[in-house]
Design a protein around this ligand. Structure first.
Ligand code: SF4
Length: 602
């Protein structure tokens, strides 16, 4: 083990900012990170043991104890439950004789819950040793367990062959469906990869690239909506010994999966957008921060990057432009939702716990390793290429005045055609429901748990920054679903698990609110509990980052839009029985927090 650790640390240049890579490699090599390895890493990197342990314990996929030769991570998103998760879970437990959270006595299999793994359109889904298993059924689980007991490898487990080293895409598509249902400028097949770098950049200055991006009025596609052109301009002007381009591919918001599809189907477009951004801001290094749940894409993406180098679309003097040097590496996370927040992501990139930083300074001034850095979403980089190709003016034809261009939606839940849809901003919810074949709809969760839960009276609303802002996640619930038990509680528990724990509001109040919600759900709530839910939720605004600031949104938006679900469960006392309209009172005192513009997920 000592040799392995030493070799791995050396592989990453004895660089402590590469601690995540070192830990991921050890975890994958030995199945866990033991005490000796921690000590060895600390010594080799001249860090304290506590610092190494802090990073390990922060992330879901690291462990200091053996996790089993086969580590099964079963998704806990509401859609997984809607499509049979409970039966899948029970079958795993019955076949293996253990509960979730345990490892079999012989160390063969460990069973674990994990939040949304980006497969909402093909649930129930699980990750087993970095491979994805979708549309699980009890029958399929019995087959998988039998093969695990026979010691089969992962390819045999999936009954498919993966990657001959030449073309990974067919096997990726057989593992996970892309489910592209509607194409627009990003997902269309009419773009020849490399066109902008080859044919446009040699004739454009970095300033003119930024001018086109600004003219397009594109705003960040991660949900926060900051103007992309301004971000690039600020970064270009910021002083630093190096400028960095970071692509946020940590889409952890339950219900979102469009970045997974873009990276599967259009990775060249994303990497070209990163190179374009590097040219614009004067940076020569790009990092794709990819969530660990998408580890299965690694070899494929490395192959795409190499092809781009071979074609002079990355590397030195790109496309013959003297001094235009730019390359990209992939950095994996290790399972943490808050790392979608840009400063938490930067901390993680530096090998630390993914705790959001205080702002200012903003990343454009002091980002990765203290240098000027732009952090943009996968979709934003892909869109930037089409903007430079066609011009900022062309782009403004699509969408609305304050929300230009297209938006890629991840649509899942109770509909006939779940998947990825690229639509113009300004699309309304009613049309969206018709498009995906959704009937008897009770509610739509727009923008994941930090977004809002709307009912039919709001289906006329449109997608856009001035109305329903969204990073792209849309989950549909029909009239048979129990919204409070199966959705609101699930989302609150998600926030409780994912809080980094820095702020007492976020750490404690989410628990308190969830306990109160559960009290109401078991029929023990009184009107005062609803008043408390509303007023106590406001305390979360004081949290440092968007996770805490929006963590009460599942409760606030369900109270506002579905007051009858709460009032039906409340024990009325005399004071409220006499002519008191509880639903009206609930709605009148609800303040929806809305999306807070510093949580940059997806
Ligand atoms: Fe951490 Fe929550 Fe505070 Fe964000 S709001 S910094 S996730 S404790």
């Amino acid at each position: 083990m000592e040799n392995t650790v030493k070799q791995l640390v050396e592989k990453y240049g004895n660089d402590r900012s590469r601690l995540m890579d070192i830990l991921i490699d050890i975890q994958e090599t030995t199945g866990y990170i033991n005490s000796e390895a921690i000590e060895e890493i600390a010594q080799l990197l001249a860090m304290s043991r506590i610092d190494v342990e802090q990073t390990i314990t922060f992330y879901h996929f690291f462990s200091t104890k053996p996790k089993g030769k086969y580590a099964v991570y079963l998704n806990t998103s509401p859609v997984a439950y809607m499509f049979g998760r409970e039966a899948v879970k029970e079958t795993f437990e019955k076949e293996l004789g253990i509960k979730f959270g345990d490892v079999t006595k012989d160390g063969l299999v460990g069973l674990y819950d994990t939040p949304c793994i980006g497969m909402n359109d093909q649930e129930p889904a699980a990750i087993i040793n970095h491979k994805i298993f979708t549309r699980l059924t009890p029958y399929r689980v019995r087959e998988i367990v039998k093969l695990m007991k026979e010691g089969k490898n992962m390819d045999e487990l999936r009954n498919e062959s993966y990657g001959d080293g030449k073309n990974h895409l067919p096997s990726l598509r057989s593992m996970v469906s892309s489910n592209i249902r509607r194409k627009g400028m990003i997902l269309s097949d009419d773009y020849q990869s490399g066109t902008v770098i080859r044919d446009f950049l040699p004739k454009m200055s970095p300033e003119s690239v930024i001018a086109e991006i600004k003219h397009s009025h594109i705003r960040g596609r991660g949900g926060a909506g900051f103007p992309t052109g301004l971000k690039w301009e600020f970064c270009r002007r910021a002083k630093g010994s190096k400028h960095y381009v970071v692509c946020n591919a940590d889409e952890g918001e339950p219900g979102t999966f469009k970045d997974r599809v873009i990276l599967t189907e259009k990775p060249e477009l994303v990497f070209e957008g990163m190179a374009l951004a590097g040219y614009a801001i004067g940076g020569d290094e790009g990092i794709l921060y990819l969530r660990y749940e998408y580890r299965y894409l690694n070899n494929y993406l490395l192959e795409v990057l190499q092809n781009m180098r071979d074609n002079n679309l990355l590397g030195k003097n790109i496309s013959g432009i003297e001094g235009f040097d730019f390359d990209i590496r992939i950095q994996f996370g290790a399972g943490s939702y808050v790392c979608g927040e840009e400063t938490a992501l930067l901390e993680s990139l530096e090998g630390k716990r993914g705790e959001p930083r205080d702002k200012p300074p903003f990343p454009v001034e002091k980002g990765y390793l203290g240098q000027p850095t732009i952090v943009n979403n996968v979709e934003t980089f892909a869109t930037a290429v089409r903007i430079v190709q066609n011009g900022g003016e062309w782009f403004t034809q699509f969408g609305t005045e304050d929300s230009t261009g297209t938006k890629i939606l991840s649509i899942s839940g109770d509909c006939m055609f779940p998947g990825v849809y690229e639509v113009n901003w300004g699309f309304n919810v009613e049309d969206m429901l018709n498009m995906v074949g959704a009937y008897e709809v009770q509610a739509v969760q727009v923008g994941g748990p930090s977004g809002t839960l709307i009912g039919p009276e709001e289906f006329h609303r449109t997608l856009g920054y001035s109305d329903l802002s969204t990073g792209g996640s849309m989950i549909i619930f029909n009239k048979q679903r129990n919204l409070l038990r199966d959705v609101v509680v699930n989302f609150m528990e998600f926030f409780i698990d994912e809080s980094c724990g820095s702020c007492s509001t976020c750490r404690n109040m989410t628990q308190v609110l969830n306990n109160k919600l559960k009290k109401i759900l078991v029929g023990k709530g009184v009107p005062k509990d609803l008043i408390d839910l509303k007023s106590w939720s406001k305390n979360l605004i004081a949290s440092r980052c968007g996770l805490g600031q929006t963590a009460a949104n599942p409760i606030i938006s369900s109270l506002k839009n579905f007051p009858h679900l709460y009032s039906a469960l409340i024990q009325k006392d005399k004071q409220f029985d006499e002519g008191f309209d509880m639903e009206k009172a609930i709605q009148a005192s609800c303040t929806y927090v809305g999306r807070v513009p510093n949580l940059n997920h997806h």
